[in-house]
Design a protein. Structure first.
Length: 470
């Protein structure tokens, strides 16, 4: 026997999208049973949404930033390692999107509910798909509000959004969220309990390294390459070059500064390595992918994108684009387990990023024309090759040889792949290096588990406040 619920017109007529599905109304009805709450819209003094920046608004460096959802850390801080810079003049003409100290920024699209608390008066503008809130400090401490709002958003997303296919949080749903009306004394007590746990989390995070940093460290140690010296050479603005050096590894007699700086850097990197080989000796075949017209509706054959080649040398199979178009030889463009792919086009830093399909592929998935599939001979351990492509060894080479007038989209071809000089030791040593990288990455996973346990402790404190147990 099914569940029956009587719905009054007043239950959904105030919602801008007129949502009247059972799960949503049932969720809202349960929230109405809370006796002491305040809506988010009544907790804030002001708000604004972000701006849709274009690629021409960005620059390579500077003191003006743009805040995007992928910069949000779990502890409400900003990941400045991935920050993008804006033109100063553009900043001055778009001041209404400027973030101010104590703003709470909420991601509305993508990582729904991720937040940042602005703890300094940065020259920073807010990107689209995010909203900035100024909290009424007579009602809530900023940090407590951020924790409890995240708790309520996660509850909404887990119970309603994930089950209904919603990929964004509407402002109306955000503002209508019911926040427990907890007095400032209880909030202050909870914050005092949370702060030492936050410090323990920070201590654990200080021990962590990004996967790419681990990969670089292992190659640096294995081949005795001084990374600091490489950075200095990479920042060199001029050097002397003898005429007879122009033809070195240079069949097209390229005379550009960028090309010959690469030769200088590689000469330093490889001076003590006795296994430097040209990649063309090991490539059996290359094949570009296929990109039919697609959309983000989950209907048809999935197509991978640039974002699915990960820096850790793996290929993610969680496609976000789909197509219903087919062709006679479409099976040639299906992804298979153990395939090796390289990004043919991307930014200077990400072009020729490589990955191996480690997961079983239980459905047809297309790889796009911005991928190059490479088949190697049996002397190559594919995971080793993916790691070295993504390490400083590959990054330095490909950013110097990639071609394109627009630096936000450069490309490499099979020629640049074939001309890549790199360390290729025996297959046994390749596997030893891969195992060493994996062992170090596994150590990081243990730290992640400890951090997750600490975060659950904070979640329990917030939950106890909501239930009136503190």
């Amino acid at each position: 026997m099914g569940l029956v619920q009587t719905i009054n017109f007043s239950d959904f007529s105030s919602h801008k999208l007129l949502r009247f599905d059972f799960k949503y109304l049932n969720y809202q009805t349960n929230k109405k049973n809370v006796t002491n709450f305040i809506k988010v819209k009544d907790c804030i003094t002001s708000y604004f949404k972000g701006f849709a920046f274009k690629s021409e608004n960005f620059k390579d460096d500077g003191n003006v930033y743009v805040l995007k959802g992928d910069l949000f850390n779990d502890d409400f801080s900003i990941n400045f390692d991935k920050i993008q810079y804006l033109d100063d003049i553009f900043f001055n003409t778009h001041n209404k999107f400027k973030l101010n100290q104590n703003d709470i920024v909420v991601s509305l699209v993508g990582s729904i509910g991720k937040m940042v608390i602005i703890d300094d008066n940065y020259n920073m503008l807010l990107n689209q798909n995010n909203i900035s809130l100024q909290v009424n400090n007579k009602l809530f401490y900023n940090k407590f509000f951020a924790y409890i709002l995240r708790y309520e958003i996660n509850d909404l997303v887990n119970n309603i959004y994930n089950n209904s296919g919603y990929s964004f949080l509407s402002i109306d749903d955000l503002f209508n969220l019911q926040i427990p009306n907890i007095n400032l004394t209880t909030q202050k007590k909870a914050i005092k309990q949370i702060e030492p746990i936050e410090q323990e989390i920070q201590n654990l995070k200080s021990q962590k390294k990004e996967h790419l940093e681990i990969i670089n460290d292992v190659f640096s140690e294995e081949f005795k390459i001084d990374l600091e010296e490489i950075k200095k050479l990479d920042h060199t603005k001029q050097f002397s070059l003898k005429l007879h050096c122009i033809s070195l590894k240079n069949d097209l007699l390229r005379t550009s500064f960028k090309w010959h700086k690469l030769e200088k850097i590689q000469s330093y990197m490889y001076k003590n390595i006795n296994c430097i080989q040209k990649l063309s000796q090991y490539i059996l075949n290359t094949n570009n992918g296929w990109s039919p017209q697609s959309n983000d509706i989950d209907d048809g054959t999935p197509i991978l994108g640039q974002e699915h080649i990960l820096k850790n040398g793996k290929i993610s199979l969680e496609a976000s684009k789909f197509t219903q178009i087919t062709k006679n030889n479409i099976e040639n463009f299906y992804v298979k387990q153990n395939d090796f792919f390289v990004s043919r086009g991307n930014t200077l830093d990400l072009v020729a990023l490589a990955g191996v399909v480690k997961s079983e592929v239980d459905k047809d998935i297309i790889y796009p024309d911005l991928y190059i599939k490479i088949d190697f001979d049996n002397s190559i351990y594919k995971e080793y090759m993916a790691y070295i492509f993504n390490s400083f060894i590959g990054r330095i080479y490909f950013k110097h040889v990639a071609k394109g007038k627009n630096q936000t989209m450069v490309k490499v071809s099979s020629k640049e792949l074939n001309d890549f000089y790199l360390p290729i030791p025996t297959k046994e040593i390749q596997q030893q290096i891969v195992d060493k990288i994996k062992t170090k990455i596994d150590t990081q996973k243990e730290i992640d588990i400890q951090i997750e346990q600490k975060q659950k402790q904070i979640g329990k404190i917030i939950e106890d406040c909501i239930k009136g147990k503190s």
